[in-house]
Design a protein around this ligand. Structure first.
Ligand code: GSH
Ligand code: FE2
Length: 368
């Protein structure tokens, strides 16, 4: 526990900034370490599996998914997270979306454990844009209202440049100068800014720039509409629920696997034991290790990591593949390589031979 300047206890914050490369969207995970309660701001549908893995690896429990607005360029992951993790959905009442558990308005608080986010209405990019401000005013999540040295566009979804200008000046630039600002997107890969920095250097909104100047600037942006707008807006008006509730790409069913935040599927020794007769076990260590002191798994075949790409044809088509090494690191790399060259059903043995042996599974050769 930390204490703030008033001596009040504040429990530690877990904070992660996540990125969706397709839409350049940032998703933010905030968790209260003490209670484990967490919120996810602006999750992306295609990244739900990744976000879920991270939440589980950090031993957090997702209480809320929060959208800063009804997005036009990607589909929110809120509905899918609710299906998978039982989280609740909150966003602005003004956006008109159906299916939320809570409709937010200016001045509301979203609590997660001992921490909370303050809701500020910052319309202009859309009429339902919200900025979420952390309880101690050290961080704010501005969605597409204020971007780093920029701002969200104002040419669709009830956008209005003058409204956006006022939102920024009244509700974002009024935060402490050192308050860090995290945007909904950045198209150059910049990750964070501060009130002080944007006040001074934002070329559209900072310095002495007046409302009329900003409106003139925004009329001449000349941006093409987002490529996905016709699909994204209707889906986001349902909080990301698919039109026909089609099951999303399902998890592999050939074994009990765990998806890791590093982007690969893992199998635990016990789960491999249960399916070992129907999978191809590929040991990617060097020959001396394969016949060395740790031994190897019955039916395992040796293809050292350095040869895996050139010898992929030796894998029987269609059968699931499990990669194995000493500790699980080289075999994770082998799984990545095989995945990249099109092997579909693949998992890495978690913890490698060390864990396999420690959990008492059979080995061929090796020393006891
Ligand atoms: N090329 C992108 C356009 C993305 C876009 O228009 N983004 C909005 C936010 S949803 C924006 O305000 N962009 C500001 C900018 O590009 O300067 C796409 O097709 O998705
Ligand atoms: Fe947007």
């Amino acid at each position: 526990m930390e204490s703030d300047e008033y001596g009040a206890h504040k429990s530690m914050l877990v904070f992660r900034q996540l990125w969706d490369p397709q839409s350049s969207t940032y998703t933010y995970l905030l968790g209260d370490r003490e209670s484990g309660a967490a919120v996810l701001i602006d999750p992306v549908f295609e990244q739900v599996r990744r976000d879920r893995a991270l939440i589980e690896e950090l031993a957090l429990r997702l209480a809320w998914s929060l959208d800063t607005h009804v997005h036009a360029d990607h589909i929110t992951g809120s509905w899918m997270l609710k299906q998978q993790l039982g989280s609740r959905i909150a966003l602005a009442a003004e956006g008109g979306a159906q299916g939320a558990d809570r409709l937010l308005k200016h001045g509301d608080r979203v609590t997660f454990g001992n921490r909370f986010l303050e809701v500020r209405a910052t319309p202009g990019h859309t009429n339902g844009c919200l900025t979420y401000v952390l309880d101690d005013h050290t961080m704010a999540f501005t969605g597409d209202c204020l971007l780093i040295r920029g701002s969200g566009r104002t040419d669709f979804q009830q956008g209005d440049a003058r409204t956006l200008f006022r939102s920024v000046h009244e509700h974002i630039f009024s935060l402490p100068p050192a308050c860090l600002l995290y945007p909904g997107h950045d198209y150059r890969g910049l990750t964070v800014t501060s009130v002080e920095e944007e006040l001074q250097y934002n070329p559209r909104l900072g310095g002495q720039i007046a409302e009329g100047d900003f409106a003139g600037y925004m009329e001449n942006l000349g941006l093409a509409h987002p490529k996905k707008i016709d699909v994204a807006v209707p889906a986001n008006l349902r909080c990301g629920r698919p039109e026909r509730d089609a099951p999303a790409a399902s998890d592999p069913s050939w074994a009990a696997l765990t998806y890791t935040f590093s982007g690969i599927w893992e199998i635990a020794p016990q789960a491999l034991e249960e399916v070992s007769c129907k999978v191809q076990i590929i040991d990617v260590r060097e020959p001396g290790e394969f016949s060395g002191s740790l031994g190897h798994i019955p039916r395992a075949r040796l293809i050292p990591l350095g040869e895996i790409e050139s010898r992929v044809a030796e894998l029987a088509a269609g059968g699931p593949v499990v990669t194995v090494c000493r500790s699980g690191a080289r075999s994770a790399q082998a799984a990545v390589i095989l995945q990249r060259i099109g092997v579909r059903d693949i998992a890495n043995l978690s913890g490698g031979m060390l864990r396999w042996r420690a959990e008492g599974h059979a080995v061929v050769g090796g020393q006891v």
